[in-house]
Design a protein around this ligand. Structure first.
Ligand code: FO1
Length: 320
């Protein structure tokens, strides 16, 4: 019998910053560029020095372009900071570290937004200029901002995350403006038209929820015919990066892959957990998930691609 190759699956990733970018990079290595959509959180966006900064979108773009700083996860490799040093000398408060090349992104984005382009259009232009093949989409073109309730009061996201080094207990989260936000063009189609929907190992409250909270997105995830796969960002009771463990705890959830799985009931079919959490597989399965236990700690590009291929296999699709 002649062998008919399986059609390439259409894959959409819901992503925050570093974890989402790394998994998207693995998927980009395993799939043709036009098979992959990355829908990105914009609740972390901020305005500083008169510039519009979209950290998660940039982290995804830089990572897919192979230009990111691997150690930090965000920003560009081989950065210099001459502009920031001079801005400090001129009296600007420079707690948010902006490299010279990264500043170019913010200058260009801000100029184009002021000239009337939408965030989606600017993101597509930046992606093309950086040679990024997969479609990278901000979840919305409307303004929304994650605000963090702490014992010190309600903080703007980057105030909490960078300036105060996510040291404050998180008592609650507010996604300001989200009720009036509309999904950006193509976002709902990317969710409903996918064969595989991947929820990246990003922070459930800081990265995934502000994507789902945009009206229409959660329903699209609930009802899509895509096979839906989530990777736990909690491994062995700890976050791979950032404050996910502390936030789960202060918001009253179990700090484990099981605690994460409980958040995704009804939204996801397959939970992928790390080998370190093999003992939780039974309890996660009891929630109705199919469970895949594997090495989820993505090292370099090869590790990301391996995990990406395992996810696609778990979803019933082979990679290209
Ligand atoms: N994260 C930090 O911890 N410190 C920084 O100074 C910092 C600067 C920065 C500049 C541009 C950018 O795109 C991201 C940057 N990040 C920084 C990361 C970022 O703010 C957070 O990691 C994300 O918003 C959380 O997903």
């Amino acid at each position: 019998m002649p062998h008919t190759p399986a059609p390439t699956p259409r894959v959409t990733v819901l992503a925050g910053g570093v974890g989402g970018a790394r998994l998207a990079h693995g998927l980009a290595r395993a799939l043709p560029a036009d098979a992959l959509d990355v829908v990105v959180n914009v609740g972390d966006d901020t305005e500083l020095h008169g510039l519009h900064i979209s950290p998660d979108v940039d982290t995804v773009l830089y990572t897919l372009a192979g230009l990111n700083d691997e150690q930090r996860g965000w920003g560009l490799r081989g950065e210099t900071y001459a502009t920031l040093e001079q801005m400090t000398r001129l009296g600007e408060d420079t707690w948010f570290t902006l490299g010279d090349k990264d500043l170019a992104t913010h200058v260009v984005r801000t100029a184009r937004l002021r000239a009337g382009a939408t965030p989606s259009e600017v993101t597509a232009q930046l992606a093309a200029a950086l040679g990024v093949g997969p479609r990278v989409r901000p979840v919305t073109d409307d303004r929304m901002a994650t605000l963090v309730d702490t014992p010190a009061g309600r903080l703007a996201f980057q105030e909490y995350f960078v300036r105060r080094r996510h040291a404050d207990a998180v008592l609650g989260l507010h996604y300001d403006g989200v009720d009036a936000a509309r999904p950006a063009p193509g976002v709902l189609d990317a969710v409903t038209g996918a064969d595989v929907l991947v929820v990246a190992p990003s922070n459930p409250f800081l990265s995934v929820e502000p994507v789902l909270a945009v009206p229409g997105v959660r329903d699209a995830v609930r009802t899509t015919a895509a096979r839906r796969v989530a990777v736990s960002p909690i491994v062995g009771g700890q976050a791979i990066k950032g404050p996910a463990a502390q936030i789960l705890e202060t918001l009253g959830h179990e700090v484990s892959a099981l605690g994460v799985a409980r958040l995704y009931v009804g939204l996801v079919d397959v939970m992928v957990v790390d080998d370190a959490d093999a003992d939780l597989a039974g309890a996660i399965g009891d929630l109705g998930f199919e469970v895949v236990v594997t090495d989820t700690v993505m090292g370099g590009a090869a590790g990301r691609e391996r995990l990406a291929r395992e996810l696609l296999a778990a979803a019933g699709h082979a990679a290209a």
